[in-house]
Design a protein around this ligand. Structure first.
Ligand SMILES: NC(=O)c1ccc[n+]([C@@H]2O[C@H](COP(=O)([O-])OP(=O)(O)OC[C@H]3O[C@@H](n4cnc5c(N)ncnc54)[C@H](OP(=O)(O)O)[C@@H]3O)[C@@H](O)[C@H]2O)c1
Length: 334
């Protein structure tokens, strides 16, 4: 079978290789991967050569496909079932642990940018029946992260106000989930065209963070000086302080991403003075994934796919993500 292997940092070092099929242990299943979506984290892994994990590595956490063979003791799935991979193979339910952190696909473990993968049956969920393989492949990382932040930790309620930064994978799912729960959503972007698309998806207010660099003040104005109930904070060092300013007293900032980089200094005064709940978010458990899929199915929510590339064009897909012209998710179809 063919798989993409990363041998050194750089998109040009992502090469197709021939790999032998592994035999199945009793609780494992063999999947034929039909689609894989890209996350910013996968791009960073490729650009920086694995980020602390040993090479060669098969990248990508997010896969969707069909079960082709099951080990002798598998009970959750049978051949022909359509399934999605979980980001953390060992996070079934409950709180995150250090062991869970060592079970990420396309990181500590080889990923899914491969014609076939062998995984434990516990590291898979059923694909919602109304979704295509490409749509299902968008869910394991970006969607579940937005879900954990807004719904599990943020306990969103109808009438809440939510601030979503940018229009990448996590943020567009956050917009869709917040709208689904009856919240009023403010979306920021560098592009007016993308903001128009966000309004079509139900955004209440939109702000261009390039033409309005003091966007946190605009958020305060839009919320009668109070600030939003929750922020889906994907920017990191360059946006955190502004996000805190844009949050109401007692509100929550879901700390998710580092699009503007790590490091930086944040004045703790604003967190303390406004009693802001700063909550780190790391994707989510299989139990959260199954809850999310139930909600998606009940409301037939369609993931937003920006562009789909063929398997042979995987390096082009990475370059497309790197250019940041996308809105929602970038997918590779096998
Ligand atoms: N903690 C977790 O579990 C977890 C899970 C998933 C992702 N993440 C992190 O979350 C971040 C987003 O991931 P993703 O996969 O959704 O990325 P992505 O799809 O590549 O998102 C890229 C978009 O982010 C927006 N952006 C860039 N700089 C920005 C800024 N200064 N202010 C506001 N928006 C900005 C841009 O939107 P516009 O083009 O509209 O300006 C850009 O198109 C990454 O840092 C990723 O590592 C963390």
């Amino acid at each position: 079978m063919k798989a993409y292997e990363l041998h050194a940092k750089g998109i040009d070092n992502l090469k197709l290789a021939e790999r032998a099929s592994a035999p199945l242990a009793p609780h494992q299943v063999r999947l034929r991967i039909r689609a894989s979506s890209l996350n910013y984290r996968d791009l960073m892994t490729v650009l920086h050569g694995g980020m602390g994990v040993s090479l060669p590595l098969i990248p990508n956490s997010d896969g969707c496909g069909e079960v082709v063979e099951t080990g002798a003791e598998v009970t959750r799935f049978k051949p022909g079932d359509r399934v999605i991979t979980t980001f953390f193979q060992r996070w079934i339910a409950g709180e995150i642990t250090s062991d869970v952190m060592r079970s990420a696909l396309g990181g500590a473990l080889d990923g899914v940018l491969s014609e076939q993968v062998v995984l434990d049956e516990s590291g898979l969920v059923e694909l919602p029946s109304y979704m295509s393989f490409e749509e299902g492949a968008t869910l394991p990382c970006a969607a579940l992260t937005a879900w954990q932040s807004l719904i599990v930790k943020g306990r969103i309620k109808a009438g809440d106000t939510v601030l979503v930064l940018g229009t990448g994978g996590v943020s567009i799912f956050a917009l869709q989930f917040a709208v689904l729960h009856g919240a009023q959503v403010i979306v920021t972007s560098s592009s007016d065209a993308k903001l128009a698309r966000a309004r079509e998806l139900g955004a209440w207010q939109t702000i261009n963070y390039r033409s309005d660099p003091n966007w946190e003040k605009t958020v305060l104005d839009l919320t009668d000086g109070k600030g939003v109930d929750q922020v889906v904070e994907v920017g990191g060092a360059g946006t955190l302080e502004k996000s805190l300013t844009a949050t109401r007293f007692g509100g929550m900032v879901g700390l998710i991403g580092v699009l503007t980089g790590f490091g930086g200094a944040v004045n703790p005064d604003v967190v303390l003075r406004k009693s802001v709940n700063l909550q780190g978010i790391y994707v989510g458990s299989r139990a959260m994934f199954e809850d999310m899929n139930r909600a998606l199915s009940a409301h037939q929510v369609k993931p937003v796919i920006d562009k789909t590339f063929d398997f042979g064009q995987a390096p082009e897909a990475y370059r497309h993500l790197e250019a940041q012209g996308h809105f929602g998710k970038v997918v590779i179809s096998l």
